[in-house]
Design a protein around this ligand. Structure first.
Ligand SMILES: Cc1cc2nc3c(=O)[nH]c(=O)nc-3n(C[C@H](O)[C@H](O)[C@H](O)COP(=O)(O)OP(=O)(O)OC[C@H]3O[C@@H](n4cnc5c(N)ncnc54)[C@H](O)[C@@H]3O)c2cc1C
Length: 314
């Protein structure tokens, strides 16, 4: 593994002293509020800074991790070795009437607010989805049987060796909870979303409010979590027995695990596919509880649950 000191010197030379920082705690940058520090941490403010930081990390042979809003990750208690890049800022730019180009660091909520205010329909139901465009494209975020990839026209990516490429949606390998980025490690610089102009902002706002209200009713939003822990099983591929729900939360619930706790991690009483941090959880507590849920569902129902959250540093 390359040397973090020489990497820092190279980042300082390119971006100026103080931009890349050592031993930065990551727990507060993850919605779970768990995890240790990054050896080295850098927040690119532009696409070019993102590309250059990827190239510099590559040239120094140092591991590179990408963090968006931290709303779907479980970061190890010992933190992350090498460089963590967390794109920040960014803008939403119209391209003609029916596309918006959105930088990776823009939050989904920011994007929703932007399109609603301009009467651009398509993204309003995604109101309340935590995280950034980069993270949403990576995991093809879903909401009520829709995948965000269905709204994507193309994505600008940087490969792990620093090459830029533009990929149309049909080559993004979007499927339930996944995209080609899980295979390639490519990083989102921006994504272009299709929108329909001419909608009434009030009507779009009403849809957004309905999504927010539904989330408030069904999710434990007042306690730190990373959203759903497991993907919903596929009835055929995952051999869900007849009469069993194809819902990971319902299976965890039927296994009797609602409310079960390990250390400060607890299976939410509101939504059994959420694990919440009741105050002093560690990543080790969360990981142990995830494993307990997985084993219980496999033992009782023969269904193998797969994780939706991304473990970093494990
Ligand atoms: C209360 C709550 C409710 C949620 N509801 C939903 C929901 O309805 N639907 C849903 O799908 N998810 C939901 N989630 C999970 C989460 O919001 C989404 O997965 C979100 O898209 C993650 O984005 P992020 O920016 O936070 O990604 P992070 O958590 O920061 O990262 C997730 C993964 O994406 C990668 N990544 C981040 N940025 C980039 C980038 N620029 N390029 C390449 N890879 C990148 C990271 O390396 C990591 O592997 C919920 C989470 C919470 C806490």
């Amino acid at each position: 593994m390359g040397d973090v000191d020489t990497l820092q010197a190279a980042l300082d030379a390119r971006f100026g002293q103080g931009r890349a920082r050592r031993e930065v705690p990551l727990a507060s940058l993850s919605t779970f509020r768990v995890g240790g520090p990054a050896d080295l941490f850098f927040e690119p403010a532009t696409g070019q800074e993102l590309v250059d930081s990827v190239k510099i990390a590559r040239a120094h042979g140092v591991p590179l991790h990408v963090l968006g809003g931290g709303s779907n990750v479980l970061i190890h208690d010992t933190g992350l070795r090498g460089l963590v890049v967390r794109p920040r800022g960014g803008t939403v730019t119209p391209i003609g009437d029916t596309l918006v180009r959105v930088d990776a660091a823009v939050t989904i909520n920011g994007l929703v607010r932007h399109t609603i205010a301009r009467g651009l329909a398509g993204l309003e139901a995604w109101a309340g989805t935590p995280g950034t465009v980069g993270g949403a494209v990576y995991g093809n975020a879903h909401w009520q049987r829709q995948n965000i990839g269905d709204l994507v026209e193309s994505v600008r990516l940087v490969s792990r060796d620093g090459a830029l490429l533009q990929v149309p949606a049909d080559r993004m390998e979007f499927a339930y909870d996944t995209s080609r980025l899980k295979r390639t490690g490519e990083i989102v610089v921006w994504a272009a979303f299709r929108v329909t102009p001419g909608a009434s902002p009030d009507a779009l706002r009403a849809t957004a409010r309905a999504s927010l209200a539904f989330r408030k009713r069904t999710q434990p939003l007042d306690t730190p979590s990373a959203g759903c822990i497991f993907m919903n099983p596929d009835p055929v591929h995952d051999r869900v027995p007849d009469g069993m729900p194809c819902s990971a939360g319902a299976l965890v619930d039927r296994a009797g695990l609602k409310g079960t706790a390990i250390g400060g991690a607890q299976v939410s009483a509101t939504h059994a596919n959420f694990i919440v941090n009741t105050g002093h959880a560690t990543a080790t507590d969360v990981a142990a509880l995830v494993d307990r849920c997985r084993v219980a569902v496999a033992d009782q129902f023969g269904v193998q649950l797969h994780e939706e959250i991304v473990r970093l540093g494990f």
